[in-house]
Design a binder for this molecule. Structure first.
Ligand code: DHB
Ligand code: FE
Length: 248
């Protein structure tokens, strides 16, 4: 960020803070309690969770208004870069518990041209709602991987249906959520980052139609146009998710 942009934004933030202090007559003790709340969040490992839970979806929704292509979604706190390339289009191990799901689709540009060799970086919670690398009881690197589209822009991978998921709510972030009357649930989702040279990288999420938390996502990110039908397919499920990337 340029220095003048930092100055302009800081100025507005401070002005907003001043208005809030005046409106609510915030006391010095309350100010101190708020600082201690932030300190507690950091101490308990919620440095990323706290802002991601309350603020990130607003940034993403605003950016999406000015963008074409598939809508963006929050990255969330559980992305791990440099995941391995998946083999045989399998994101889930053979023995992974849960309902099998095939996700397939095409990556195209905003003119409808297929994009070959686009990279999809995918991660999700398992059928118990656990993210590997963050929940020590999940196998390391589980349900994380990268794949490429073929020459016709198509892709497919096999996984399991992720569980609906509560953001961690035993700590300060959860306390604050509860205080403002929100539950900690997120609708079930699969995270995708789609990239291709010459195009704006897309960070998004796939949701499932009929999920009871689509309308009350605790982090206020989910949107109906990213909720897709789970079609029955040979005792498993399948879902079609086409991705449109905008030229950079
Ligand atoms: C959060 C968790 C997620 O799994 C996600 O996709 C987005 C946000 C969170 O805890 O804030
Ligand atoms: Fe997530």
């Amino acid at each position: 960020m340029s220095e003048s942009r930092v100055a302009a934004i800081t100025h507005d933030l401070l002005e907003a803070f001043q208005r809030i202090v005046e409106k609510h007559n915030i006391t010095q003790a309350e100010y101190r309690a708020a600082v201690e709340f932030i300190d507690e969040a950091v101490t308990k490992g919620e440095t990323f969770l706290l802002p991601d839970a309350f603020l990130e979806s607003t940034v993403v929704a605003n950016a999406s208004k000015q963008q074409q292509g598939t809508p963006g979604q929050v990255l969330g706190p559980y992305y791990v870069p440099d995941s391995p390339w998946i083999e045989d289009d399998r994101l889930a191990r053979e023995e992974e518990p849960g309902e099998r799901l095939t996700i397939r689709g095409e990556v195209r540009d905003t003119d409808g041209r297929p994009l070959a060799d686009a990279v999809l970086d995918v991660w999700q919670a398992d059928a118990k709602g656990r993210y590997s690398s963050f929940d020590p009881s999940a196998p390391k690197g589980n349900l994380r991987g990268r794949l490429r589209t073929g020459r016709d822009g198509s892709y497919a991978f096999e996984t399991v249906v992720p569980a609906q998921y509560t953001i961690p709510h035993q700590g300060p972030t959860g306390r604050l959520l509860k205080e403002i009357g929100r539950h900690p649930w997120r609708p079930a989702h699969v995270h995708v980052i789609a990239t291709h040279d010459g195009y704006r990288p897309l960070t998004t999420q796939i949701y499932f139609q009929g999920d009871e938390y689509l309308d009350s996502d605790s982090v206020r990110a989910a949107r109906p146009d990213l909720a897709f039908a789970l079609h029955p397919a040979d005792g498993a499920k399948s879902l079609a998710f086409d991705i449109v990337l905008e030229p950079a």
